[in-house]
Design a protein around this ligand. Sequence first.
Ligand SMILES: O=c1ccn([C@H]2C[C@H](O)[C@@H](COP(=O)(O)OP(=O)(O)OP(=O)(O)O)O2)c(=O)[nH]1
Length: 144
Amino acid sequence: METIKIKYFSDKIEKLTYVAGKSDWIDLRAAEDITMKQGEFKLIPLGIAMELPKGYEAHVIPRSSTFKNFGLLQTNSCGLIDESYCGDNDQWFFPALAMRDTEIHVNDRICQFRIMEHQPQIVFEETEKLTGKDRGGFGTTGRQ
Ligand SMILES: O=c1ccn([C@H]2C[C@H](O)[C@@H](COP(=O)(O)OP(=O)(O)OP(=O)(O)O)O2)c(=O)[nH]1
């Protein structure tokens, strides 16, 4: 079990809950009413900031239903929240591109996150030749 310090920037959104058993990703909510025109980009405030546990980062992705419900694409495909993004004003945002005219209401669940341990430290060791077996290059295993 991990404890995470969380600050809410709005009292109009429900508090975060970890739902055991279904999916361990945690839903996040829009902290404001947002209107977007087709083709428009906005950073949607998620109304929270956190001090992540030491050695962890958070990954934010859309919910499966986000495009169907809101016509939104996440412009960075996956949001990375660094462990160092832990200050009192470090609110989380969802960078959104509207594919149609759309309205997002405060408290709508628009994305989800989980925490992940940092990868190990890496040193790159240059070589002229790799000893693994060639797979044939990008996209060579065919379609079916
Ligand atoms: O979808 C996202 C992605 C990032 N962030 C926050 C947390 C992250 O720690 C910070 C900076 O993100 P990142 O380092 O990936 O962005 P950058 O474009 O490299 O900006 P910076 O100059 O802040 O490093 O912005 C979000 O709120 N939502």
